[in-house]
Design a protein around this ligand. Structure first.
Ligand SMILES: *[C@@H]1O[C@H](CO)[C@@H](O)[C@H](O)[C@H]1NC(C)=O
Ligand SMILES: *[C@@H]1O[C@H](CO)[C@@H](O)[C@H](O)[C@H]1NC(C)=O
Length: 177
């Protein structure tokens, strides 16, 4: 009996070790950090401007067909505005879904301060804005992020319905060769 119990205990410890090693291997070389994205569509100094749309876009409940150009502050805190700016999110998003608010994001995160200053990350993916967590691809980068691969998770921190400034927390998981 005691021998069987000891064998089971050894097997359990081995299984736990395999799990721990597996998790460590999955994290290998992955850098993880957060930035807050500020999309200002209203007021005197918008950072997101609608640059194109179809004649039928006004009749669409999901703004299908509209294209927005952005130069949005990326900051280290969720506070409104560009205090603590570490970079800009530059590019476009397209309202690409006829049934829900589904954006095609096509943008560079351009770091201008902090530990990633001088480097960029290129992000491309689907952003279904009413979902709690949206995953998008990191398809490349420059500087310290040259040849980068990875993904981001976007979570809305403030929908901006009353302020015209949407704040989104981006958690970045990135790896370089
Ligand atoms: C859509 O609506 C906006 C705001 O009401 C208006 O300025 C624009 O001219 C309209 N566009 C079309 C194509 O009807
Ligand atoms: C970011 O890097 C540039 C170029 O090296 C440098 O001129 C600038 O002072 C840096 N900015 C900050 C806030 O570190």
């Amino acid at each position: 009996m005691a021998a069987i119990k000891a064998a089971v205990a050894v097997a359990e410890v081995a299984a736990i070790l395999v799990l721990l090693l597996g998790v460590a291997a999955a994290d290998d070389g992955m850098t993880k950090f957060k930035v807050f994205f500020h999309d200002v569509v209203g007021g005197l100094n918008p950072t997101a401007i609608r640059v194109a749309q179809a004649a039928s876009t006004n009749g669409s409940s999901t703004s299908f067909g509209a294209v927005v150009a952005i130069d949005d502050p990326l900051t280290s805190t969720s506070a409104s505005g560009s205090a603590g700016e570490v970079g800009r999110a530059q590019g476009t998003y397209t309202f690409a879904d006829q049934r829900t608010f589904g954006l095609l994001m096509n943008m560079n995160f351009v770091f201008t301060a902090g530990e990633h200053n001088g480097s960029t990350l290129t992000i491309f993916g689907r952003n279904e804005v009413l979902s709690q967590v949206r995953e998008m691809s990191i398809v490349g980068g420059s500087g310290k992020f040259r040849m980068a691969r990875g993904y981001v998770e976007a979570r809305t921190a403030d929908s901006g319905l009353s302020t015209g400034e949407t704040v989104v927390e981006y958690t970045i998981f990135v790896k370089t060769p």
